[in-house]
Write a new protein. Sequence first.
Length: 128
Amino acid sequence: MVCLVTGTTARGGGLWKYILQEDKSNGLLRREKPVPLMSQVLHFLDFIPNRPHQLEKWRKLGIKQRYMEEVNLKQFASPLFLDSGGFKLLWNKSINLSAYGLSIKNGKGPQTILELQREFNGDIVATT
């Protein structure tokens, strides 16, 4: 499980930038043989909370395109599996996504999460 939306840009921060792309020879996104990646779509809440305009940039381009453009990846060939992040919802019933233009209230959760997964352009998605 990797975190891909770790900041306001695809350059990321902390150790994630090294795990993903800063290490030119061994970063997961720079390996010659693509490494399948798994992430969950609500992890942005840990890195860019209450910054809807920053998430909008990720939603507009999608994860793969944003990485290719911002960190000069030749390609983003790794298959990308995007989990719904449902475990975050199980442990925190008060998550409010309205600042991001998203709603999980009144049974809208699965459709909202699927929409987010599609916008992030995952190759494989799983939602509740």
